[in-house]
Ligand binder design. Structure first.
Ligand code: EPZ
Length: 417
């Protein structure tokens, strides 16, 4: 398997362009099954987006993917209403195709998506919402059988603003003769991107009173040409690398308004940040101050996907930073790897207290999940000496070419094998 070989300890200088958002591309690909012909620009070339295209092909949707543009042609009726088990295992977020399949076929069958290294990842909120909307759900062992009796108007109150559940409700309700209101919906930028994508196809989704999401079903969706938003977590990965290693960088094709709170933390820790409409310039201090307390919470609070990456950035800072992971139950898999490099971190329940150290040393490192793996790259670039990062397949799920991007900043990082 490929590894990333990194020779760390250098300041980073340069610029790079941010890829399209993985967590926007995936639901938009599911939504494309509901239309006729969709042209989707700025789609990141990732193992996860390729898995999404495989699912579309298995459902009978024609797809092409070139230079980050996906073109889909969906048939009036899908050729099947199942997502095969291998694809469900390959990518658990395949569950977001459920709403689209149910909308097109009136029935769907999937195996339970199962958990991953960061948590159990249940889908009870998805299924509860579906049954409120008029879907009959039968669970047999590891399989879920859904059948649309007759969709009915529903006001769905989400106990937690689940991103996936909000997306699945939109995908099931957008083509119907009903009206749905979601109370306590997820508000991530990727949710707004899916809403804009569906509306560009002829959907009618809007924001109601106190931020509720209103879905007025329409008869059918048509064609669209659309550009996916930039990936805010990938942008934060590059910013954290420069903040930790020192230096200066320009991050292009980014939406600073999607990462206001994380940028504030970077500024308060001593980084000079200058934002334009679609770029961010960062000038790192010689040594960052502590971040203080970072609580991961639903948007617009601090994103859980940036927790490992910001913890990486805190390892050499003065003072103490505390990271409280409130979203996933097992999202500290990167900490043992940080400790191997000489970091000073104490874990208590879902909190990790980082005391900044003066130096870190390179060593053999093992990625355990997507964002934790990216955080290892950030730390290895700052550590003295050589690091080898294994299990790069986790990182490739969310980063088009992490080694090329950090090489754009002068980082010594190569992929081998
Ligand atoms: C999406 O996952 C993202 N994935 C995740 O990004 C991200 O971390 C997460 O949202 C939170 O922002 C994609 O968009 C493909 P949730 P999702 O439903 O939809 C609990 C990455 O690194 N929950 O908002 O699965 C759940 O256990 C990935 O790119 C239920 O209890 O997230 C978790 O604790 C990792 N029941 C919390 O809610 C449910 O039915 C957040 O889950 C659904 C969720």
């Amino acid at each position: 398997m490929a590894v990333l070989r990194i020779n760390g300890g250098k300041r980073l200088y340069g610029e790079t362009v941010v890829q399209g958002a993985k967590n926007s591309a995936l639901p938009c690909l599911a939504a494309a099954a509901l239309g006729r012909e969709c042209i989707v620009h700025n789609c990141p070339d990732l193992t996860d987006t390729k898995a999404g295209l495989k699912i579309l092909n298995a459902l009978g949707v024609e797809t092409s993917f070139e230079n980050n543009t996906v073109i889909t042609r969906a048939p009036k009726c899908l050729s099947c209403s199942k997502i095969n088990d291998e694809l469900m295992k390959e990518m658990r977020s395949s569950v977001m195709f459920l709403g689209a399949i149910l909308s097109k076929c009136g029935e769907a069958e999937i195996s339970y998506p199962g958990g991953c290294s960061i948590g159990a990842r249940p889908i009870d909120l998805h299924l509860k919402a579906f049954s409120q909307m008029g879907v009959n759900i039968r669970e047999e062992g590891e399989r879920i059988f859904c059948k649309v009796e007759k969709l009915k108007d529903a006001k769905i109150k989400l106990a937690f603003p689940s991103v996936g559940a909000t997306e699945n409700i939109m995908l099931l309700g957008v083509v119907s003769d009903c009206e749905f209101e979601i109370e306590n919906p997820a508000r991530e930028p990727e949710i707004l991107d899916l809403r804009n994508f569906l509306n560009s196809m002829g959907g009618n989704i809007s924001e109601g009173k106190n931020g509720n999401l209103l879905i007025k079903g329409v008869k059918a969706l048509g064609n669209t040409e659309y550009k996916i938003i930039p990936d805010r977590i990938v942008a934060l990965t590059y910013l954290s690398g420069i903040a930790l290693c020192g230096g200066y960088g320009e991050i292009k094709a980014v939406r600073p308004d999607h990462i206001k709170l994380p940028l504030k933390f970077l500024e308060e820790a001593g980084n000079d940040i200058k934002c334009g409409e679609d770029y961010i310039e960062i000038k790192a201090p010689r040594r960052m101050r502590e971040f203080g307390i970072i609580n991961t919470m639903p948007y617009p609070d601090f994103p859980t996907d940036a927790q490992a990456i910001f913890m990486a950035a805190s390892l050499l800072s003065k003072g103490e930073s505390c990271f409280v992971e409130n979203i996933f139950e097992n999202r500290f898999g990167h900490i043992p790897e940080f400790l191997k490099m000489g970091a000073n971190i104490r874990i208590c329940d879902n909190s990790a207290l980082v005391s900044g150290v003066k130096r870190l040393k390179g060593t053999e490192l093992y990625a355990k999940d997507l964002r934790g793996g990216a955080a290892l790259v950030v730390v290895a670039l700052s550590a003295k000496g050589e690091s080898i990062i294994h299990n790069t397949e986790f990182i490739d799920r969310g980063y088009e070419n992490i080694e090329r991007s950090f090489s754009d900043f002068g980082g010594e990082i190569v992929r081998e094998g």
